[in-house]
Design a protein around this ligand. Sequence first.
Ligand SMILES: [Zn+2]
Ligand SMILES: [Zn+2]
Length: 393
Amino acid sequence: MKTWRRAIHQHPELGFDEFETSRLVADQLRDCGFEVTAGIATTGVVGTLSWGTDGGKGGPRLGLRADMDALPIHEETGLPWASRNPGRMHACGHDGHTAMLLGAAQVFGRLHREGRLPGSGTLNLIFQPAEELGGGGGAKRMLEEGLFERFPCDAIFAMHNFPGVPTGHFRFRPGPFMASSDKVLIRFDGKGGHGALPHLAADPTLPAAATVLGLQGIVGRNVDPVEMAVVSVGRMSAGKAYNVIPETAELELSVRALRPEVRDRLEQRICELARGQAAAHGVGCDIRYERGYPVLINTAEQVRFATEVARELVGDDKVDGNAPPLSGSEDFAFMLQQVPGCYLLIGNGDNGFAGGEHLGPCSVHNPHYDFNDACLAPGAAFWVALANRFFGG
Ligand SMILES: [Zn+2]
Ligand SMILES: [Zn+2]
C-alpha cells in the first residue's frame, strides 16, 4: 500500500484528469479478481466482486468509496516521494484513500479465491474522480451516469483522513456531518459618473457595502442560534479610479450550513437583502446563486454499524462516535442522498514536512501536508472488518 500511495503521490492529477491513477486502480483491481468498469465520469472506476448463491444475486450489496484527485498546489514537503508534477499535489490525502481501498481489495480478492468470503453478496469498490472540484464534482457526475442503477448498493461508506487526530483513531457522527457549500455572485448595476457629481450617478458601492454588513445580520438574526451558518465575502470589487463612480459593484460569497432548512433560509434572506439594498439605493441587482455540495447526512443505522466495527477493531478509546460536525464540504453527500451510509474520519496525526524534515501539525490543502502512511494498515483493516461484518462474517 505504501508503494502504491507514494507512486500516486509522485504523479498527482487534477479532477477528471486522473488517467494514470485510474489506470493503476483498474489494473490492481483486475489483478485482485474484480470485474472492472472504467471510464465512468471520465476517469471513475468501479471494481465489483460477487460470490455465493446465484453469483451473489439476492445477497447484500455494499459500496465503499475512495477519491483519486489532487489539488492545484505546489508541493513544499521536500520528501523523496514529493510531486513530480509542478503545481499539482496530493494535499488532501486522496492518494492514501485510494491506496487503502486497493489494500482492502487485495484481501477481498484473496478471500474470494480461497472461497472464504462469508455468505453471498456483491462488493462494489468505487473510485471517484474530482472530489475537489466544487459544484460539478465527480460523485455527482458518476450518479448522473447511473452509478447506483448499474451498481446497486444497500449501503455505502467513505473514509477521509483527518490531521490533528492520532493515526488509527476513528471519528463518526450520525446525521449532518459536513456542511453544504454554495457560491453566490451578486452584481449591483448602477450608473457611473464623475466623483464630483454623485447626484447625477447611481452609486453601486453603497448597496454593496450595506449588503456586506447586512449579511452577518442574517447569520445573527435569521438563523436559529443553535444552528451553524457561515457567510463569507471572498471577493468585493468595484471601480478603478478614485474620482470615478463605478457602473457596477460585485460581491462573491461562500455560504455554508449544516441543515438543508438553514441552507434554504440563507438563500432566501441573502437574495432579499441584496435586492432590498439595491432598491433602496436605486440600482439594479443580478444574483447568481450556485448550489454546490449538499449537507452531508449520515444515516443513524450505518453510523452505529460502522462505529461498532471500529470499536471492535481498535478499541473504545480510539473511537469517537459523536465527533463534532465540520464546516468543510464533501461530494460523497450526493451519494448519501441516494443510498444510506456513513462518511467517517481516520486520524492523520501531525504529518507536515518542509525540506524533508518533520514540521509538526499540518492541515489538508497545505503545501507541507503529507498523507500519513501509518493510516494505511488501520484504514484497510477497517474496510475489511466492515465488509466482513456487513456480509455476515
Ligand atoms: Zn480536499
Ligand atoms: Zn479530501
